[in-house]
Design a protein around this ligand. Sequence first.
Ligand code: DGL
Length: 270
Amino acid sequence: MPVGVFDSGLGGLTVYRGIQERMPDLKLSYIGDNMHAPYGVRDADDIYNLTCRSVERLWDEGCNLAILACNTATAVACKRMQEEWVPKDKRVLGVFVPLIEALTERDWGDNSAPREVAVKQVALFATPATVASRAFQRELAFRAVGVDVEAQPCAGLVDALEDNDLELAEAMVRSHVTALKRRMPNPQSAILGCTHYPILEHVFQSALGDDVKVFSQANIVAASLEDYLKRHPDMVGTDTEGRFLTTGDPQAVSDAATRFLSKSLRFEAA
Ligand code: DGL
């Protein structure tokens, strides 16, 4: 059975690629809810219901484990899904915790009391829904004290990336960084808290300056998934090939995904 990877659209492909580079033999099935992207401007119930519907489709593909490769769904829906919806023999994992563990230099699953960490000023770039949820700050507070987080809701950026309008997207990144730096002039670290944003990591880095350490999720999530699968080998099998599914138009999404990852990808209707 494949491991499922979900996103509202194309952004989760950055996580997909990170997992594939780290574990080339792992079978993965991807679903993008392109018909309903972007999620970042939707309300919590809407995000919850849409995420459950797509993850259900991954269960139909034979997956026992689904990665929410979407910070918005992770921030708004993951905990509620785990508490109310996920069947006993299935698992749903979000993408926040591995990132925060990396930022606070913790080992996977180290649940000891919050403590002082090296980083003091963190810039968070994410969708409006992720920023409004304050989920990142909540998870961080379980692990670290004395860290100041300044969050910038990057309205419009996911739309520009889904439309492959890179010129607009780059201009938006620069203006969001400028807006954040007005409130926090010297962050030590920056979190790209949306799986679409790594496509423009170099633009974030150049707008922020070389002194700022930029964290993006693909490698971090891939490493934590590898660790998780060592501890839970029952969540994966090698028998079934994975597929790329979309709720949108398969041809249009295949074309957009191919441009997004600079790699030929073929999506099928979910
Ligand atoms: N890639 C999703 C995330 O990580 C984008 C959410 C959206 O569709 O707005 O938040």
